[in-house]
Ligand binder design. Sequence first.
Ligand code: PMP
Length: 413
Amino acid sequence: MNRDVQHGSSTRLDQYVDRYAARTRGMTASEIRALFSVASRPEVVSLAGGMPNISGLPLDVVGDALGDLVQEQGTVAMQYGSGQGVPELREQICSVMALEGIEAHPDDVVVTVGSQQAVDLVTRIFCDPGDVVICEAPSYVGALGVFRAYECDIVHAEMDADGLVPEALRQAIMATKAAGKTIKFLYTIPNYHNPAGVSMSPERRPEILEICREADILVLEDNPYGLLGFDREPYRALRADESEGVIYLGSFSKTFAPGFRVGWALAPHAVREKLVLAQESATLCPPQFSQMAVSAYLSRHDWQGQIKQFREMYRERRDAMVEALSDLMPAACQWNVPDGGFYVWLTLPPGIDAKLMLPRAVTARVAYVPGTAFFADGFGSSSMRLSYCYPDPDRIREGVRRLAGVLEAEMEL
Ligand code: PMP
C-alpha cells in the first residue's frame, strides 16, 4: 500500500493513499504553501495574506461583553443551540443586510461558521460530481477549493473594471449547456472582489440577474467586503432585487473579527430548510458562544462607527500601495485602484511568470499570491494578488520597493 504521492511540490509517503475517497483528489495543498511558512517570518513583508487588521478593535468593550456573557448567560452561551443560529443574532444580521438594500426575515437566515462554511453547505446541498459552477475569472481561492472538494467542474467567465461581463456569462452558460452539462449556480463576489479588487457596477447587476433567471441558474452572492468601501455608499446587493434566485452570504470576519467564525446565508425559504439540515449534520449547531458574543458586540458597540474606522485605515493602506506601485513598478505593469476591500490585482509585463518569480521574491523578503491560485484552469500566470490590508503603510511601501527590485532583475534576465 505504501506509495509516493505528490502533495503540492513535495513528495511524501502516505500509507493511506488507497483508502481516501475520490473527492479528496481535489484537495491538494497549494504549491505555494511551503513558501508561505517562509513568508510568515517577520523579516518578510507579506502582501500575500488576506488577514483583516483588527488592531483597532475596542478590546476593553469586547472583554466586558464577553465577561458579562459568561456571568449572566454562561450556561446558555456554553450549551448546544439551534442548528439555524441564535434568533437575536439573526435579527441583527437582517439590520446589517438592510445597509445594502436587503429586506429579509430572520427566519430565512442560517448562521454558519464563517461564510466559508456557507459556501460549503450551499455546494453540499446543490452539487453532484460533474455539476458546473460558473465562477468569475479570477475567483476566491477558498471557494474554488470547496467546489473542487465536491468534484464540481469550474467554468470561468471574464471580468473587467465593472465586474463580471454579461456577455462572458452568456457565453459560458451557452458553451456549458451545449456540452450537455448541468450548471448549478453562478458564484460571484460582487463587491471589492477577492482577488480582482473590482466591483460589479449597479448598471450591470440587473442584467446579470436577468441572464441567470433566463437560464434558470441560481446566484450565490458572496459578500464579505460590501461595507468596506472607501469613497461611496454600498451598492444594492443582488439579493435586494431578487429574492428567489439568489443565495446571499455575509460574514462578520472583516467588519468585526474573523476569530469568532460567524457568517451567514440568506436563502429562499425551502433552500434555508435544506441548509439547516446540512448545518446540523456538519456541526449540530453553529457555536453558540461565538454567536452570542457577536450579538453582544453589535448591541453594545457602535459597530457602524467601527466599520468606518476600518474603512479609513484600509483606505490609507490602499493609498500607500497604489502610490508605491506608481512610483516604483516598471511601466509595463498594470494594476487596478480598488475603491474598497483588501486587494490589488497586478499584471506583469509579458513573459514574466509570477509563480516562477515567487521564490526570488521571498528571498528578497516580500511575498504575494501568484494569479494561478485563483483560476481552476491554469490561467493567471502573469498576474498576482497584492493585499494591503494587514501591513502598515511603511511596510507596504517597503514591500513594493522590494517587489519592484525583484521584477526589474527578472526583466533583465
Ligand atoms: N468569501 C470571500 C470572497 C473571502 O475573501 C473570504 C475570506 N477571505 C471568505 C469568503 C470566507 O470568510 P469567513 O469564512 O471568514 O467569513
